[in-house]
Write a protein that binds this ligand. Structure first.
Ligand code: C2E
Ligand code: MG
Ligand code: MG
Length: 707
């Protein structure tokens, strides 16, 4: 039979198409003698074109393709249809392969078959596709870690083995803290980059025997693998290492992002027997870690599950809490230290829960922040606070400032300025009387955004206040960067302000710096007279705290305003005019002897039986000279006076001491903590002289004309 020639060689386009195609193309004559095979067909079959041409597709047969396939092929071609199907063929090297082909007949004008054309599918593409499907079913595309399905399969398998071998398993559930806010702030692309990097860090921190997976969103899980017996690392250690690696700042674009995570730990067989239960326990423990402020690891315990179902219920109840009308505002007065009058209030939210009664923010604000309902709560608080402002105004009360708290999330809401403007307009409230409190932490999360948002809020004419100052970055340098009007010193500094020189120094520096920048300073949580007086003398502007009043209902504020309730700040000024000496000794007989000696000198004499009492006296009124015994239980005289030097640098300090304590005293003198040392027992005349000298010294250094 004379072989017809293949219909193409002169046709450039055809040649290009068939030679460059990635699909294997074979053309046969009506008797199935191969006339043409392209390079892809050579590559797939392993035969050279010369070897294929002249033979039949029979040489590719493996005997593994079912007869039905060939019958089907013949039927289709006879009926002049295009056939699609798969063969199991054999390559030249004997290897079997699966090949999908499309075969059709090309007929002449009379309808007789001239050629059969067979085109294979692009298998490389298909294999890539299949591999990808398989990969997707196992791996998380963002981090390349195992995905949830693969992790749960592995966990079930490991549990089977552990059951058989009576071994233990430990599972860690890792959830980023407040990732929602990061997401809001960075946008999806950048958040994805954080997650990718997070995956890599987790992987790098763990041992190769540990399995780490991304279960969803910002939730990761780790199944600790078994290492050689006896070398099992403590799971707490591993959790701490994970927390440490997460806490390193992430650099995204040109901003640094800081994250923390909560880790829950659960184990087989102690806590649960199945994969789902074990993960559930680890999750509960994670919730507990979050409830304790995050950035920590918690081990599952039985009570936890109960607590968490409680929390779950609360979280559900928190959605729409504002619509259900269960929120209440209380108001805590803020008092001026210059006039003693109430100059403002801080609106503090309470949840009047149908079963639990009045709940304080600590019991629900962190939950609301976690599940996002905080945004609706803060919006309600803002509207309600504005409504209250206008209600007081209409009742004819003097205008005072109203401070409301914004959570970090609220602070980052889009259209925040519009929301505040609307709340004010709806009640015709004066923007200058509204103060928005933003915590230092929320402000520092993203400085660039914070500067933009605060500037927008300032355009409305509202006041801005930096809440909980000192608890976050404590950097005074940041104060000048934001257009804030008020700095609120956190209660943790106020609490021990009269005894802790470090905190006192921070407070004084904050006050000095803030005032230089034209900002007002409020101290929070003022509970005692001593704290009040110390703050007053440190030139703090305002105080807020239980000493004057806790947060109270609106009517109570109205009553205080009507009755002109105020703080007594006048007594302090009078006390400043006299010369005052403080004597500190734990022996009452010595105190009365000293008092007798100095009786006729014309000083105001104050006494204290211990260093502790001494601090309290010093806080309440100005003292120029302090004479302290050296040997006292609790705190020595030199230690007491060293602290006093920092708390009250404008004092002249003397210590009364026996010769045996002389070295401690000399040391304190050298450090400048003590001006002079008086020996015990003392000579009355010499003592009087020393004190007169000390007062002269004081007047030269700090004295006012009158003294
Ligand atoms: P904060 O803004 O620092 O509010 C001051 C908290 O200190 C209030 O607690 C107040 O009652 C309490 N406090 C005031 N004076 C004293 C004192 O002399 N001694 C002591 N021990 N505590 C004092 P509260 O009302 O429990 O609120 C706690 C926190 O909850 C607030 O801290 C604030 O961060 C948050 N919060 C309250 N209301 C809201 C709100 O409407 N929205 C948002 N986002 N957070 C709120
Ligand atoms: Mg506040
Ligand atoms: Mg605060």
């Amino acid at each position: 039979m004379s072989a017809p020639t293949v219909p193409h060689p002169d046709d450039d386009l055809f040649r290009t198409l068939v030679t460059q195609s990635r699909r294997g193309i074979i053309v046969t004559d009506p008797d199935e003698i191969i006339l043409f095979a392209n390079p892809a067909a050579e590559q797939i079959t392993g035969y050279k074109a010369e070897e294929l041409i002249g033979s039949t597709p029979e040489i590719l047969k493996s005997g593994q393709t079912s007869a039905e396939v060939y019958r089907d092929l013949k039927r289709a071609l006879d009926a002049d249809q295009i056939w699609h199907g798969e063969f199991v063929n054999r390559r030249r090297n004997g290897e079997l392969y699966l090949e999908a082909r499309t075969i059709s007949a090309i007929r002449d004008e009379t309808g007789a078959v001239r050629y059969y054309v067979s085109i294979s599918e692009d298998l490389a593409e298909r294999q890539r596709y299949e591999r990808r499907i398989e990969h997707l079913a196992t791996f998380d595309p963002l981090t390349g870690l195992a995905n949830r399905a693969a992790f749960m399969r592995a966990l079930s398998a490991e549990l089977e083995l552990a059951r058989r071998d009576r071994q233990e398993l430990v599972l860690l559930n890792v959830d980023l803290d407040d990732f929602g806010a990061v997401n809001d702030r960075l946008g999806a692309d950048h958040s994805d980059r954080v997650l990718t990097e997070m995956g890599a860090r987790l992987r790098d921190t763990l041992r190769h025997v540990d399995l780490v997976a991304r279960l969803s969103g910002d939730n990761f899980a780790v199944l600790l693998g078994k290492s050689a017996p006896g070398t099992e690392p403590d799971c707490r250690d591993i959790a701490d290492r994970l927390l440490g690696s997460i806490a390193r700042p992430f650099t995204i674009g040109d901003s640094a992002v800081e994250l923390t995570a909560s880790v829950g730990i659960a184990g087989y067989p102690a806590d649960a027997g199945s994969a789902d239960e074990l993960l559930g326990c680890a999750r509960s423990a994670t919730h507990d870690a979050k409830a304790h402020g995050g950035n920590r690891a918690c081990r599952f315990d039985i009570g936890m599950a109960e607590r968490n179902s409680e929390l779950r219920r609360l979280r559900e109840e928190l959605t729409h809490v504002a619509e259900r009308g269960e929120l209440v505002l209380h108001f805590q007065p803020q008092v001026s230290l210059h006039s003693g009058h109430i100059v403002g209030v801080e609106a503090l939210v309470r949840w009047s829960h149908p079963e639990r009664g009045l709940m304080l923010p600590a019991a629900f604000i962190p939950l609301a922040e976690e599940c996002g309902s905080i945004v609706a709560i803060d919006a309600w608080v803002l509207r309600e606070a504005c409504r209250q402002m206008s209600a007081w105004r209409e009742a004819g009360l003097p205008p005072i400032r109203m401070a409301v708290n914004f959570s970090a999330r609220q602070f980052r809401q889009r259209a925040l300025r519009e929301m505040v403007a609307e709340a004010l307009a709806a009640q015709d409230a004066d923007p200058r009387c509204l103060e928005i409190e933003i915590t230092e932490g929320a402000m520092m999360q993203d400085m660039t955004a914070a500067i933009r948002i605060t500037a927008q809020l300032k355009e409305l004419g509202v006041r801005l206040s930096l809440d909980d100052f000192g608890t976050g970055y404590s950097s005074l340098a940041y104060l000048s960067r934001f257009p804030i009007d008020v700095v609120k010193i956190d209660q943790s500094f106020v609490r021990d302000i009269v005894t802790n020189p470090a905190n006192a120094a921070i407070v004084q520096a904050t006050i000095a710096m803030s005032q230089k920048l034209g900002k007002l300073v409020i101290a929070e949580g003022v509970e005692t007279e001593e704290q009040l007086q110390y703050l007053r003398r440190s030139e703090c502007d305002e105080v807020q705290g239980f000493l004057f009043s806790p947060a109270v209902p609106a009517d109570e504020v109205a009553r205080m305003l009507r009755e002109g309730a105020r703080l007594d700040v006048a007594g302090l000024r009078e006390a400043q005019a006299r010369e005052t000496i403080l004597l500190v000794d734990d022996e009452p007989s010595i105190l009365s002897a000293l008092r007798r000696t100095l009786r006729r000198e014309g000083y105001d004499i104050l006494v204290a039986g211990s260093a502790e009492e001494g601090f309290s006296v010093l806080a309440k009124q100005p003292v120029q000279v302090i004479v302290s015994d050296q040997r006292m239980p609790g705190m020595s005289g030199t230690e007491f006076l060293s602290r006093v030097k920092i708390l009250y640098p404008r004092t002249v300090r003397m210590v009364l001491s026996g010769y045996s304590e002389i070295s401690a005293v000399t040391d304190a003198i050298n450090r400048g903590a003590i001006y002079r040392f008086l020996s015990k027992p003392w000579d009355d005349e010499q003592l009087k002289d020393e004190i007169r000298g000390a007062l002269r010294e004081w007047r030269e250094l700090y004295g006012r004309g009158a003294a």
